[in-house]
Design a protein around this ligand. Structure first.
Ligand SMILES: [Zn+2]
Length: 276
């Protein structure tokens, strides 16, 4: 390689490495305002979630994500209490969700499951068990839609259809919503607000959807938690997806957090969200 090629080549490598680092950083937003239920982002890196094998919308780019109205997205609870919330997205399935429920039960921990409507229809007995075990259900849309791509009517249908399904199991529609991929427009956030619903993302990403080992998943969580953290994990996956790392990491995560004096609570408990 001739010397005059070296500089631009090195520059490209450096930029690529920086981008990789930024994308893989968990979010670190803090500053909970309990009265207004708003957050101020001190530093913002981006929620990441890989596409699933069903639906498979393309995740929005980092730049598009940053256009979100982050002050209206809840990503962590108060830093003044040693409380942390475990959340599981893309529930239910019949492969990994039952194993996760077994572990939560054996450890006496309540968590929050963001459920996908069509999966509820496919595995109603698992939803029933989530509710009977005392966990909280949140709305994760009907088809795991990439919400910014939808028109108003389609977006609202995604929410309402899933609300109706959840209500059949719990007796009420949930007031917490997690948009797939963390992606949502300001207009959609404001509509949810008008329906007295809260948009809940996360500030610790286990990256478990990548098929990581239990050790890697546990490290991604335990190295980044702090009081008030909302931890993102998954309990359902598409065809061929592997969440055994999630299952293997969970006992370690729970035991370690408890040993450090953290109480594991649901999202409504962490954020002080009143019952719907
Ligand atoms: Zn999801």
């Amino acid at each position: 390689m001739k010397p005059h090629w070296l500089f631009p080549f090195s520059l490209v490598i450096c930029i690529a490495a920086m981008c990789e680092q930024i994308i893989n950083q968990p979010t670190t937003k803090t500053g909970f305002h309990r009265n207004s239920v708003l957050f101020k982002a001190e530093t913002v890196s981006l929620p990441t979630e890989q596409t699933l094998n069903y639906g498979d919308p393309t995740p929005l780019t980092s730049v598009t994500n940053q256009s979100h109205d982050y002050q209206h997205i809840l990503t962590s609870g108060p830093v003044t209490k040693r409380e942390i919330a475990l959340t599981f997205d893309d529930a239910p399935d019949n492969a990994f969700t039952p194993k996760i429920l077994d572990i939560l039960k054996s450890k006496g921990v309540k968590a929050t499951f963001f459920v996908v409507g069509w999966r509820m229809e496919a595995y109603p007995e698992i939803v029933k068990r989530i509710v009977e075990d005392g966990h909280v259900l949140g709305n994760h849309t009907y088809s795991h839609a990439n919400l910014p791509k939808l028109n108003d009517d389609s977006f609202q249908q995604q929410i309402m259809k899933t609300d109706n399904l959840i209500e059949k199991f719990t007796g009420f529609a949930p007031n917490i919503v997690r948009p797939p991929y963390g992606n949502i427009t300001n207009k959609q956030i404001h509509w949810l607000g008008s329906q007295k619903k809260y948009v809940v993302n996360w500030n610790v990403d286990s990256l478990d959807w990548k098929g990581l080992t239990g050790e890697q998943v546990a490290a991604n969580v335990l190295l980044h938690v702090h009081p008030g953290s909302i931890i993102l994990q998954h309990s359902g996956t598409g065809k061929g997806g592997d969440l055994s790392g999630t299952v293997n990491a969970l006992p370690t995560i729970i035991d370690k957090l408890k040993s450090e004096g953290f109480e594991l609570v649901t999202i409504p408990e962490l954020l002080g969200i009143p019952a719907p």
